[in-house]
Design a protein around this ligand. Sequence first.
Ligand SMILES: *Cc1c(COP(=O)(O)O)cnc(C)c1O
Length: 372
Amino acid sequence: MTEKYLNNDVIPMLDLKAQYLPIKEDIKTALKEIIESGQFVLGHNVRSLEKEIAAYHHVSNGIGLASGTDSLHLCLKALGIKGGDEVITTPFTFIASAESIAYVGATPVFVDIQRDTLNIDVSQIEAKLTSSTTAIVIVHLFGQSVDMTEIMEIAKKHNLYVIEDCAQAFGAKYKENPVGSMGDAGCFSFYPSKNLGAYGDGGMMITNNTDLSEKVRLLRNHGTTGPYEHSFLGYNSRLDEIQAAILRIKLRHIDEYNQKRSSIAKLYTSMLNGSVTCPRELPDRSHVYHQYTIQSPSRDRIKQALVNSGISSVVYYPLPLHLQKAFTYLGHAEGDFPECETAAKEVLSLPIYPELELERAEHIANIILKTV
Ligand SMILES: *Cc1c(COP(=O)(O)O)cnc(C)c1O
């Protein structure tokens, strides 16, 4: 079977064109309508998308924003997180999770991860709490939910806000609850490569808290409370109509997209388990495989073998946040978060996207098996 893939055939990390082709006509029609309507910002597509995404998550409010980073930033700002506050998060994530904490003047306080899920080690959180801790930003990394029962217990006991960074986990569930619906707010990114991706930047915050929702709605549009009337200073962080319309079309397919990712993950795991450490799927939650991330001390050799066969792979993340130059001011050193640091040396994310044929995934797994 692999014959046709063995020579000169590059396998990318994701293939957005392959996702576009089956929905091409729908997209074209939607774009034409918007261009002809002349309504480009905060129109009916944004309002409808907000309702549809809120309904998908069984929550009352969704606010379309310019990016996932903005959704975290405006959420923290609206909750009143400020200078002097400490906010718990993971050092093994995309920088935006911690950057947004710093944007509002608060201090990111990192907690090491669990090696099997690569998510924050919930059992280490309480030791990091001080009288200044006001919130926890949890990240459902690579598409699998953090243990929300334990997180919510800690938050309740210590009176902390819980912000769910769902940028990588649209559609994932924890005990039948969609991620983003369990904490005080869920923050999503529609960056093109995310499971639900726009054709440019976009984001959304969802919440059941109406005060929070209203505050973020005002913050995204310069604190505008009436025509050229501004009750407080805000930002320009609006989702545009074109992105919203594209997302509405893709939202109809998201469960099928996630299902296909999951089938590819199953195949990878069935072939690779034992030879490398495969992602561990916990029984009480669903994994939407934004990334399929293996761990192996032979990571660099595996990556090289894939390069030699024209197969893409990416190290998410090579340098943990506590060792990033941007966070030097936090005063961390190597050795502070050992699990996270070892993970950074051993992780490798393999191509996974809904349109990746199973036989190609099999081909990729075979190359890895020959290498380790
Ligand atoms: C992508 C991502 C973000 C940021 O989203 P943008 O839309 O790119 O601003 C935040 N957190 C995590 C975990 C992400 O993967």
